[in-house]
Design a binder for this molecule. Structure first.
Ligand code: AMP
Ligand code: MG
Length: 331
């Protein structure tokens, strides 16, 4: 008999639900994404309102696409954090309700571990250096002594924020990453911008301020500004990753999170990997962004490893939760 795990993701703009089986087959993967207006960033309460309205539809579609009934599900996993409080509460409430009503074990999952473990399990990687670049995270991680340790990270905004905020400033709307990528692919000239690495850590806010002020001066084309922003930010990330790599014993490199869908970033990482004889892995683009699959696969591992599920009263949310606080007991 098959094992089915339902994963629920709701850390920010995406309500994602998915069902996976014990062989890690993805039986369904349904999402609805909140999009803020062109000039504004994400409003957590508006986003939560949107996610809550979509909950019934996403849940029904997830079951229908997987051709399973709610009774067939063996366990439920949800994103406990980190993320936006109002959005996290939607996913946690759905998870608690389903767990109570149908008497299913409940597993809380760290969102970043979802991103990381999905790429690791998808390619069956042994000891990858994982670069997680998304709206909520920018970090360089490797697994040691039962934890995904952080070897480098942003000290201010994330790489996803940098691209989204630049896109918003120039009127491109949300999400900005793909639009900046398209603009940058048409650029031809590199304009020098602030490049800030501290050890293996990164800072992007000076870069953002600088590129926005150059845009306002109206002396460079948008294409060249987008190209220069990408080249600078991605080079910083690749250099920090390479610095981390030289201190570790990784046998591969994986890049994940929404920004991993950027082909220029991927090409730069591949080039760096080749110099170290390491292959660079990334998921099919759809799986880089927030989704229920990443939560379901971690839930599945917890369930199959007999990890103690949480009681509904303890199925809380954690808006702030560092990756290296989580002891990975299921590997
Ligand atoms: P996530 O938080 O994992 O859902 O990722 C969302 C982030 O990924 C947003 O900041 C997007 O702008 C960014 N993103 C998505 N596609 C791309 C792309 N092709 N290039 C750069 N950033 C991207
Ligand atoms: Mg994410």
């Amino acid at each position: 008999m098959s094992t089915y795990v339902l994963g629920i993701e709701s850390t920010a703009h995406t309500l994602g639900m998915a069902i996976v089986d014990e062989k890690l087959n993805i039986l369904s993967d349904v999402r609805e994404v909140y999009r803020p207006s062109r000039s504004l960033g994400i409003d957590p309460h508006d986003a939560a309102e949107y996610l809550s309205k979509k909950a019934g539809y996403v849940f029904k579609e997830t079951l229908k696409k997987a051709s399973v009934t709610v009774e067939d599900i063996d366990a439920i996993a949800y994103s406990m954090g980190p993320g936006l409080g109002p959005c996290l509460r939607i996913g946690a409430t759905i998870a608690r309700l389903l767990s109570c009503k149908y008497n299913k074990p409940l597993y809380p999952v760290h969102h970043a571990i979802g991103h990381i473990e999905l790429v690791r399990l998808y390619y069956n990687l042994n000891n990858p250096l994982v670069i997680l670049v998304s709206g909520g995270h920018t970090l360089i991680s490797s697994f040691t002594n039962n934890r995904w340790r952080v070897y480098g990270e942003t000290l201010d905004i994330t790489l996803g924020n940098l691209l989204d905020m630049f896109a918003r400033e120039i009127g491109l709307g949300f999400p900005g990453g793909p639009k900046v990528e398209e603009l940058a692919s048409k650029g031809s000239r590199y304009i020098e911008l602030p490049y800030t690495i501290k050890g293996t850590n990164l800072q992007f806010s000076g870069l953002l301020t600088n590129v926005v002020s150059l845009y306002k001066k109206n002396i460079y084309t948008l294409k060249d500004l987008a190209l220069s922003l990408q080249e600078t930010a991605f080079s910083m990330l690749v250099e920090a990753s390479e610095r981390a790599l030289t201190q570790l014993n990784n046998d591969s490199i994986a890049v994940t999170g929404g920004v991993a869908s950027n082909d220029r970033l991927y090409a730069m990482l591949v080039e760096m990997g080749e110099e170290h004889g390491l292959k660079v892995y990334r998921l099919p683009k759809r799986l880089n962004s927030d989704n229920g699959v990443q939560i379901a696969v971690v839930g599945l591992k917890m369930y199959l490893s007999n990890v103690e599920p949480v009681d509904v009263e303890n199925a809380i949310i954690k808006q702030r939760w560092r990756l290296d606080e989580v002891e990975v007991v299921w590997r």
